[in-house]
Design a protein around this ligand. Structure first.
Ligand code: F0G
Length: 455
C-alpha cells in the first residue's frame, strides 16, 4: 500500500475550468503554443515542475525572518551551511535560476569551437553552450532512445562513447563534461552512482572538470536508493553527498528541488573559478550574497533543499509520478518506461504514427490535450530540440515527446486521475488529431515563442 502524502494542506487556490469552445479560441489566439496561454486559462498545469512548487510553512517563516541587505544578509550564510552540509561544497555562487548559472559558467569556460559533452543537454544548457560558440554533444546510452526498454538507469552516459569522443576531438577542445541528473530530456531518467563515478574517473584522467546539471539531484538519489546495489540502507542525504563528491562543480536550478519559485546555484571546488564566476555574476546577477534574488529567496531555498532530501518527501513524489504512469500504461498509452522522477513522457511518434515529425506531432498532441481537457503539458520534441539544415529544412529531434511534469506538492491524486482519464480519452480518439505547420520561431530556444497553424 502507498503511504499517503506527508503533509496537509493549509492554503488553497481555486481552479477555473473554461469550456471547450473557449479553450479552442484561447489556443488559436496563442498561435497554437501553450507557452502563450494565460495560466488562468489552464485547468491543470503540467507545463513544468520548475518554479511551481508549493512552499512549506517553514519555508515561508524563514522568508519572513530574513534580513534584506545588499551585502552580507543572514540568508546567504544559512544557504552556505546547507550547501556545505548537503552538497559537500564550500564554494558557491547564488544565481536567480539554472540558466543564469549555465550562462555564467559557460561564459567563463567555453570558447568558440569547443565541445561540451553531456548525457543529454536540456534546452537551456544546449542554447547556452551554443551562445558561447560551443557545440553541445549528447552521449547518453543508446537504450535511452528505446521508449519501451525498461532499464534501471536509462540516463547513464555511455562511457565508451565519451572516451572515443575525447580522443577524437582532443581534451583541449573540451572545457567541461556535464552530467544531467536526472536526465530531463530523455524522460527524467536517473544516472547510477557507478556511472557518475566512471564518468568522473574518465574526466580526471584527461584533466577535465566534471560538472553536474543537478536540477533533480534528490529524485536521482531516490532512484539510486531504490535500484542500485549497496544503497538501499543509505539515506537520501548520504547518497546525495556521495553523488556530489565525484563532481568538480555543479549548476542547479532551485526552481525544481529547492522547492522554491525562483533561485539557483553554481557550486565549484576551484577558488579561481569561483572568483571568475562571482565577478561575472556581479555584472549580470548581483552581489554574491544575494545573487539576483531578494535575500528571502535564499532562505526559502536553503530550507527547501533540506525538505527535498528527506525520504518521506521523495517517496511521496515518486509515488505520484508512478500513479499517473501506471494508469496510462494500463490503457496502453505509449509512454517512456520506466516512469521518470518528475514527469510522465508520452511518445508522440507512437501516439500519432501518421503525423511525420516535420508536422510536430508532440506539439499537436499538447494543443489537443489543452483543447479537450484544459490540461497543459509541454512539447519536448522537434519544436524544442529540432534543428534546421542550411536550406532551412527541419531536422527532427531524436525524441518526440509530450511531457506531463508534476509540480511538487501541488496536485492531488484525484486531479492526476483526471489527467490520466483525459489522456486515455485522447488516445482513444487519436485518429482525429492532425499535424501542425510552424509559422514562426526565433533561432535559439525558439519553442517558447514559436507559432503554429493547423495543416
Ligand atoms: N537543466 C535542466 C536539466 C532543466 O530541466 C532546466 C529547467 C534547466 C537546466 C534550467 O533551469 O529553468 O531554472 O533556468 N527545466 C525546466 C523544465 C524549465 O521545464 O524542465 P532554469
Amino acid at each position: 500500500m502507498n503511504e499517503p502524502e506527508p503533509f496537509k494542506i493549509k492554503m488553497v487556490e481555486p481552479l477555473k475550468k473554461l469550456d471547450k469552445e473557449e479553450r479552442r479560441k484561447k489556443i488559436i489566439d496563442a498561435g497554437f503554443n501553450v507557452f502563450k496561454l494565460r495560466s488562468s486559462d489552464v485547468y491543470i498545469d503540467l507545463l513544468t515542475d520548475s518554479g511551481t512548487s508549493s512552499m512549506s510553512d517553514e519555508q515561508w517563516s524563514e522568508m519572513f525572518k530574513t534580513e534584506q541587505a545588499y551585502a552580507g544578509s543572514d540568508s546567504y550564510y544559512l544557504l552556505e551551511e546547507t550547501v556545505k552540509e548537503i552538497f559537500g561544497f564550500d564554494k558557491f555562487v547564488p544565481v536567480h535560476q539554472g540558466r543564469a548559472a549555465e550562462n555564467i559558467l559557460f561564459s567563463v569556460l567555453v570558447n568558440d569551437g569547443d565541445f561540451v559533452p553531456n548525457n543529454m543537454h536540456f534546452d537551456t544548457t544546449k542554447a547556452n553552450v551554443k551562445h558561447k560558440g560551443g557545440t553541445p554533444v549528447n552521449l547518453v546510452r543508446d537504450e535511452a532512445y528505446d521508449i519501451d526498454k525498461k532499464v534501471d538507469f536509462k540516463g547513464n552516459l555511455d562511457t565508451i562513447k565519451l572516451r572515443e569522443f575525447i580522443e577524437e576531438k582532443g581534451a583541449d577542445k573540451i572545457p567541461v563534461i556535464m552530467l544531467t541528473v536526472t536526465n530531463n530530456t530523455g524522460g527524467g531518467q536517473p544516472v547510477s552512482m557507478d556511472n557518475i563515478r566512471d564518468v568522473s574517473e574518465i574526466a580526471h584522467e584527461y584533466d577535465l572538470p566534471l560538472f553536474l546539471d543537478a536540477c533533480r539531484f534528490a529524485e536521482n538519489a531516490y532512484f539510486i536508493k531504490e535500484r542500485e546495489k549497496g544503497y538501499s540502507d543509505k539515506s537520501i542525504r548520504e547518497i546525495v553527498k556521495e553523488l556530489f563528491s565525484y563532481a568538480d562543480g555543479f549548476t542547479f536550478s532551485a526552481k525544481k528541488e529547492g522547492l522554491v519559485n525562483i533561485g539557483g546555484l553554481i557550486g565549484v571546488r576551484d577558488e579561481d573559478l569561483q572568483e571568475r564566476c562571482e565577478n561575472l555574476g556581479i555584472i549580470i546577477e548581483g552581489f554574491p550574497t544575494y545573487g539576483g534574488m531578494a535575500c528571502r529567496e535564499l532562505s526559502a531555498m536553503a530550507k527547501g533543499i533540506e525538505e527535498a532530501t528527506t525520504y518521506e518527501y521523495q517517496r511521496y513524489r515518486h509515488q505520484q509520478v508512478q500513479f499517473l504512469a501506471d494508469r496510462l500504461i494500463e490503457a496502453d498509452v505509449p509512454i517512456i518506461k520506466p516512469a521518470g522522477g518528475h514527469a510522465v513522457f508520452i511518445d508522440a511518434k507512437s501516439f500519432l504514427p501518421n503525423v511525420p515529425q516535420e508536422q510536430f506531432p508532440a506539439q499537436a498532441l499538447t494543443v489537443q490535450l489543452y483543447i479537450e481537457s484544459g490540461i497543459r503539458g509541454v512539447e519536448l520534441g522537434t519544436s524544442a530540440f529540432g534543428e534546421l539544415d542550411k536550406e532551412g529544412n527541419i531536422i527532427p529531434a531524436e525524441m518526440e515527446t509530450m511531457r506531463l511534469a508534476i509540480p511538487r506538492r501541488v496536485y492531488t491524486l484525484n486531479q492526476l486521475n483526471y489527467v490520466a482519464e483525459s489522456v486515455i480519452r485522447l488516445y482513444e480518439n487519436r485518429e482525429t488529431i492532425k499535424g501542425l505547420k510552424r509559422t514562426y520561431a526565433p533561432k535559439l530556444l525558439g519553442h517558447f515563442k514559436a507559432e503554429f497553424a493547423p495543416l
